[in-house]
Design a protein around this ligand. Structure first.
Ligand SMILES: [Zn+2]
Length: 334
């Protein structure tokens, strides 16, 4: 049974809405998902509603046909059009056809079963922190969304980031570049330097995003302003205050290899993310599994899917995580 506990929706930098993520997951035989948007769990409610709708429909169809296989195929037929529209966002047509062919092979061996509910959504979020100038992401699962301490801190960080954006734009202005917040992000979500860079390109001040960074936005550059910081231990503490479990995200992406072990041995993390596209080499997976064992940590995994073309994985279900590997986290009860 497939699961995917690391997904990004339109509530951060993903292209799929929470509803689309649920629909595509069902279509691709993924039975448990978690939206882990950057510093936000606001997509959960929408995802949970769509999951509830599909679970109800699935139960009705099983009753009507007395067969989960038929129920599943009817649901997939009902979803096919929406899924195709959603998936078109992250793929060209040719890529879509190739991938659709490969899917049948992938799912033939991964095994579907008649588990009800059809789809389960775990509450999740990916909190951005810094350790010695390095980005360290902390995944929080099973968090109580009404926890004030966590929500206030996230709001405070967002506020600080907006101030930082304002400061960056002021520096741009001093350099003769007229860029507005709206030009950076029409939806007014959390924004950073990449958004400013894109606005610079759109306005014709530079030719590429890379040029924007090289000329103005790099650390120490004339339009650079330091990022507001949250320490990994603060994020872990807040997740615990919200009754959740804290995981160190994709340790393979942390530059210095000794840093993950240092963080896992000194901060009360509950677990570490093992199955992630950055650990495509088995060597890495085994290394982190050993570390998890050494410090008695839970394990988790997901695709870090954003629905962005050219970013692996291009589609849900391509990066596979088996339920049995992460069952302890999924079934965790406070
Ligand atoms: Zn992520």
């Amino acid at each position: 049974m497939l699961v995917d506990l690391h997904l990004h929706s339109t509530y951060s930098d993903g292209r799929y809405t929470p509803t689309e993520l649920v629909q595509v997951a069902v279509y691709r035989n993924i039975r448990v998902i978690s939206l882990t948007d950057h510093d936000s769990w606001n997509g959960y409610e929408e995802a949970a509603l769509e999951a509830e709708r599909l679970n109800k429909r699935y139960a009705e169809l099983i009753d009507a046909y007395n067969s989960w296989e038929i129920a599943l195929s009817v649901i997939k037929t009902e979803l096919a059009g929406k899924v195709k529209l959603a998936e078109a966002k992250s793929l060209t047509n040719t890529a879509f056809d190739v991938l659709t062919d490969n899917y049948s092979a992938i799912f033939a061996y991964s095994g579907i079963d008649n588990t009800t509910p059809l789809i389960k959504v775990l509450v999740g979020a990916e909190i951005g922190t810094q350790y010695e100038e390095r980005a360290v992401h902390v995944l929080g699962y099973h968090i109580d969304r009404s926890c004030k301490a966590l929500a206030n801190k996230i709001a405070e960080m967002r506020h600080k980031r907006e101030h930082r954006l304002q400061a960056i734009l002021e520096k741009c202005h001093e350099q003769g570049m007229d860029i507005t917040i709206e030009a950076c992000d029409p939806d007014a979500r959390a924004v950073g330097r990449p958004h400013v860079a894109k606005a610079m390109v759109a306005k014709g001040y530079v030719k590429t995003v890379q040029e924007a960074f090289d000329k103005y936005l790099h650390r120490g550059g004339s339009c650079y302003v330091a990022q507001p910081k949250l320490a990994p231990e603060e994020a872990v503490d807040l997740i615990h205050k919200a009754g959740g479990l804290a995981f160190l995200a994709h340790p393979s992406e942390i530059e210095r290899t000794e840093v993950p072990e240092f963080l896992l041995s000194t901060i009360p993390f509950d677990g570490v993310e093992i199955w992630h596209p950055s650990t495509r080499m088995n060597l890495d997976i085994n290394k982190w599994l050993e570390l998890a064992k050494k410090y008695n940590l839970l394990v988790c995994g997901g695709s870090d899917f954003h629905g962005i073309p050219d970013r692996y994985p291009a589609q849900l279900g391509v990066w596979q995580v088996d339920f049995n590997n992460v069952a302890t986290l999924i079934n965790y009860k406070k």
